[in-house]
Write a protein that binds this ligand. Structure first.
Ligand code: PLP
Length: 455
């Protein structure tokens, strides 16, 4: 590869020119930026040749089928030579075939709208709901409910629906009509009850009643909250959520940007809970990061709302320029074939059980682990300064654990930096091809890192 042959000045080129995501750049005055130059399977190498196990699938739970997949690269190459792009009227072959394949895994849903990032797919849902409200309810049923600790994207619209305060602070003013509902993390319980899942869902109903059911159009939730703390909703939660949405005629939107395409051991996270959403959005794992693609998937009933020939404003007046890139659906088709043919959903379930068992064993040994949570190959270990009071471990200490993990050759993540105290969870989301040895290597590194930092 021409680009990797000479790495002599890449560090300085990066330091001098790149503005990195989520980085306070002062730190790069004293340390080098880490440049990842190669990946194969679960392994990645930096510019100095150091090898790591990537326990977070590209940093942000994306590379579900692992690195170095020639068949995806070939599918993209072949398609680009045939036709790289078309976003005029009509469609493309990979766009048609991927949507057909995708919908075979999503009973009850029947339309796919293409875009290229998770934020953008979520914005599409918000716009569709606002348009339905304008047409059917005189604009009144337009409020969008989101949950504390959930995240739906980096645009102003999705930040208006952000349950992680620090991400949204200083970027307002935001559009009106976005209202928070309480989070459902039982470890940090807000109600002292037995049926915690149902109680947490009832809290959503309380917000709906306070706001007025005829003003609420959408409830937007992550199936498992990712960056907000790897929160798996408690038993009873989802059934109640579905009932509440039906009762008040509120559309249910599941943001599968992280959980979609196998991460939790089912094609989509919501499928673990037997619920039927009206919208599902997905992005990261759809093409495992080999190409940019996101999808907003919805029902025929929603789609029908945009087909009134007597009203010239009734169609969805939205375009995504790069929703017309064919590399995305071409890569996504091959990505799905790999997940199916290699049995990666079953592997995810098995390896998910193993990582949970290993983390639970570490909890016995390390008193700083307050809680372990997970679904499939998506796990979190919440660190606390004191198990009895559950005082969150300071962010600086959690960062030290992550740095010690990297010294041991494993990159795992931590939940988002936050002013409101949920920056204390170590995150694990390796590629769905992980083997038992990979899982053990990851948790051995966690063991070593915790010992190094806390003794
Ligand atoms: N939704 C969830 C649950 C996410 O975790 C993210 C990104 O991390 C997004 C949406 C936004 O996706 P993107 O960064 O592709 O815009």
């Amino acid at each position: 590869n021409k680009l990797t042959n000479d790495l002599s000045h890449v560090t300085e080129a990066d330091r001098a020119n790149v503005w990195h995501h989520l980085l306070q750049h002062k730190s790069l005055e004293t340390t080098d930026p880490r440049i990842i130059v190669k990946g194969q399977g679960l392994r990645i190498w930096d510019q100095h040749g150091a090898e790591f196990i990537d326990a977070v699938s590209g940093g942000v739970w994306t590379v579900n089928v692992g690195y170095g997949r020639e068949s995806i690269a070939n599918a993209i190459r072949d398609q680009l030579i045939e036709l790289p792009y078309w976003a005029g009227s009509g469609g493309t072959i990979p766009g048609a075939l991927f949507s057909e394949k995708l919908l075979t895994k999503m009973p009850g849903l029947s339309r796919v709208y293409y875009a290229n990032s998770g934020s953008e797919a979520n914005e599409k849902v918000f716009k569709m709901v606002r348009q339905i409200s304008a047409r059917l309810h005189g604009g009144k049923k337009s409020k969008i409910l989101y949950r504390e600790r959930d995240y739906h994207g980096a645009t102003i619209g999705t930040l208006a629906a952000c349950g992680q305060e620090e991400r949204a602070m200083q970027y307002g003013p935001f559009p009106d009509g976005f209202v928070a509902v309480p989070h459902c993390l039982e470890y940090r319980a807000q109600w002292d009850v037995e049926n915690y899942g149902e109680r947490a869902a009832d809290a959503i109903e309380e917000v709906i009643l306070r706001e007025g059911p005829d003003t609420v159009g959408l409830l937007c939730l992550e199936p498992v909250t990712a960056g907000g703390g790897v929160i798996v909703p408690p038993k009873g939660y989802w059934q109640r959520v579905q009932e509440i949405c039906k009762k008040y005629d509120i559309l249910l939107h599941i943001d599968e940007v992280v959980c979609g395409m196998g991460r939790t051991g089912t094609w989509f996270g919501y499928q673990n809970y037997g619920i039927q959403p009206d919208f599902v959005t997905m992005a990261k794992g759809v093409a495992s990061g080999y190409a940019a693609i996101s999808c907003c998937v919805t029902t025929e009933a929603v789609f029908e709302q945009f087909k009134d020939a007597s009203d010239k404003l009734s169609y969805f007046r939205d375009i995504s320029t790069f929703g017309g890139c064919t590399a995305g659906p071409a890569a996504a088709l091959e990505n799905m074939r790999i997940i199916e043919d290699e049995g990666l959903l079953a592997n995810t379930v098995a390896m998910g059980e193993r990582i949970m068992a290993n983390l639970n064993a570490l909890m016995e040994k390390h008193k700083v682990i307050g809680d372990v949570r997970g679904a499939g190959l998506f796990a979190g270990a919440e660190l606390v300064a004191d198990r009895a009071t559950k005082e969150p471990m300071a962010e600086a200490e959690v960062s030290r654990v992550v740095a010690e993990g990297a010294k041991r050759g494993v990159m795992f993540g931590m939940t988002n930096r936050s002013l409101t105290g949920f920056n204390n969870t170590l995150c694990f989301s390796p590629a769905l091809i992980a083997t038992p040895d990979d899982i053990d290597a990851i948790t051995d590194a966690v063991d070593g890192a915790l010992t190094a930092v806390f003794g």
